[in-house]
Design a protein around this ligand. Sequence first.
Ligand SMILES: NC(=O)C1=CN([C@@H]2O[C@H](COP(=O)(O)OP(=O)(O)OC[C@H]3O[C@@H](n4cnc5c(N)ncnc54)[C@H](OP(=O)(O)O)[C@@H]3O)[C@@H](O)[C@H]2O)C=CC1
Ligand SMILES: O=C(O)[C@@H]1CCC=N1
Length: 261
Amino acid sequence: MFKVGVIGCGNMGEAIIKGLIEKAGINSTSIVVNDINKERQNYIVEKYNVAGSDIRKVVNLSEIVFLVVKPKDLQDSLESIKDLFKENQILISVLAGVKIEKIKSIVEKPLVVRIMPNTPALIGEGVIGVSFEKDTEKKQEIIDLLKGLGEVFEVKEELLDVITGLSGSGPAYVFTFIDALAQGGVKMGLPYQDALKIATQTVLGAAKLLKETGEHPAVLRDTVSSPAGTTIYGLHELEKKNFKDAVISAVETATKRSKEL
Ligand SMILES: NC(=O)C1=CN([C@@H]2O[C@H](COP(=O)(O)OP(=O)(O)OC[C@H]3O[C@@H](n4cnc5c(N)ncnc54)[C@H](OP(=O)(O)O)[C@@H]3O)[C@@H](O)[C@H]2O)C=CC1
Ligand SMILES: O=C(O)[C@@H]1CCC=N1
């Protein structure tokens, strides 16, 4: 028997496998994986020293099964395994926008848990939204496992779409912001590699300061802004270009898209 099975070893599947081994303390020999793309499966098996197997064995041999395929592959991936699940098994779906009800209409037996992680789970710094099909005595065990991937927030299922639009997609917004900051540095004369390191540390440091002080972001923003100084000139440009409006709309639109998937 394996503790964890993972079906789908792409970007998010790898983040989960790595986070479980390196941060949640799950032994690699307790993990079995499957991917329809055998080259990808072999790469993950060799890199993380986990077992690789066919999809039916993954379900037969695992206590907890993570389903980490794209929403379009839901039906195909569950079709060949839906008869194999037992009552005491747990199926954790990572699929954006796919409701627990929809999964239960295909597989009846396992306890279905829906999560929305993000790629920083790869280094144990993710955000993981989680909703349970129903109350279970296994809830704490599952939350503790997920804590290895980052900070866990249990929410009502309807709010998982917001988590998707905010933190699921969020790293992509932040990478875009960091790249833009670095390009600003390049425009003003810094080499890109230096500018990128400076931009990355600026975002990391600001996020840590916010977290560790517990201050409101506006309070910390004002501590940076001297009267008639550089920062208020920069902030005014962001204001003129509707920066906050764009960010709020990004979360809103991504949340709506999650509901459509
Ligand atoms: N990437 C992210 O930041 C996040 C992703 N998610 C969710 O995670 C899920 C996976 O996303 P992501 O990892 O980016 O996608 P990827 O395409 O990188 O990975 C999915 C993997 O699953 C494989 N696969 C497809 N069908 C099957 C099947 N029937 N059996 C076994 N393996 C299969 C794919 O192979 P092939 O390519 O050959 O089809 C691919 O290797 C999605 O549902 C997404 O909504 C959630 C939060 C964040
Ligand atoms: O873009 C997507 O649909 C997935 C869900 C959240 C992050 N990536």
